[in-house]
Design a protein around this ligand. Structure first.
Ligand SMILES: [Fe+2]
Length: 293
């Protein structure tokens, strides 16, 4: 059993866990962490000693499978030349909803951050479903959403922006958490183009209503980074966003929880079968121009 104080609820959703649970893991402690991950979708550890990527991958394996390749695991940084995503604002999104199998989870670990200057926001689709009026639930229960490739980060991505070779995927608007079976809303400001089967006007109006519930003031969690913090979230029930992260230095080490990797679902994005094959991006993924190593 874990003590009552090892995992504490945080407001408005999620849990803060005692670092001991990962420094000296026990079967009971790991079960409790997984339970909070499934039920709340967000687990926060504050001010850990800075971890290597390998150690962060080990911790994430408490929650699910982790693939050892550079598409799923990377640095998100506005200072490092080898970092991704720069300083731009990112709208609310899940990671990879435009592929058949979005990541199971994500994690970020702060390597560089001036305390209190930089944040990431999280919104719960589980909690949003709980708040949704019955009439709105009935409107979306049998609907599917169209999710499009992320090509721009600070404004909505739409079907009309896609180019030849780009991808999109269809997912139910109301999905069910893998372990608990609880319903959650799966649409996002950034990557949901539309709700299928409605007119463009009806779809936009319904999405606006859902966004208003998902992102309402007071229902999202804003994590204010300090070096050593680790946040792990369920990427299906919880979505994330960030504001403009300039001018403060920020480097977060990112590890994904996934059973199928980006390049397995979308190998053509590396140009594996084309003349534009990008060996640099493919390094470590097991993909070569000839196929799989
Ligand atoms: Fe993301």
């Amino acid at each position: 059993m874990t003590s009552d104080r090892s995992i504490r609820p945080i407001s408005p959703f999620g849990a803060e866990a005692d670092p001991e649970l990962i420094l000296r893991p026990t079967d009971a402690g790991c079960r409790e962490l997984r339970r909070m991950f499934d039920e709340q979708g967000l687990v926060v550890f504050k001010r850990l000693k800075v971890m290597s990527m390998e150690r962060q991958m080990e911790v994430c394996r408490i929650f699910g499978p982790v693939l050892d390749n550079p598409w799923e695991n990377m640095l998100v940084s506005n200072t490092r030349p080898d970092g991704f995503l720069g300083a731009q604002k990112l709208l609310w999104h899940h990671d990879l909803p435009y592929l058949p199998r979005p990541y199971i989870g994500g994690s970020l670990h702060a390597l560089e951050a001036e305390a209190g200057t930089t944040t990431t926001h999280f919104a719960s689709g589980l909690a949003a479903w709980e708040r949704l009026p019955q009439e709105l639930r009935a409107q979306i229960e049998s609907r599917n959403g169209l999710h499009v490739k992320q090509k721009i980060f600070d404004q909505r991505n739409r079907l009309a922006d896609l180019e030849p070779g780009d991808v999109c995927a269809v997912h139910a608007v109301v999905r069910h958490q893998r372990q608990t079976g609880k319903p959650y809303i799966f649409v996002s400001e950034d990557l949901t183009d539309s709700i299928i089967g409605l007119s463009p006007e009806e779809s936009e109006a319904l999405l606006e209503e859902l966004f208003a519930v998902l992102y309402a003031e007071g229902v999202t969690y804003e994590h204010r980074w300090e070096v050593g913090d680790l946040v792990i979230w369920d990427n299906e029930t919880v979505q994330h966003a960030r504001g403009d992260v300039t001018p403060h230095a920020r480097t977060l080490q990112r590890v994904s929880i996934a059973d199928i990797g980006y390049t397995d679902m979308y190998p053509t994005d590396l140009g594996v079968h084309s003349d534009q094959y990008d060996a640099t991006l493919a390094a470590g993924t097991g993909k070569t121009k000839e196929g799989v190593k």
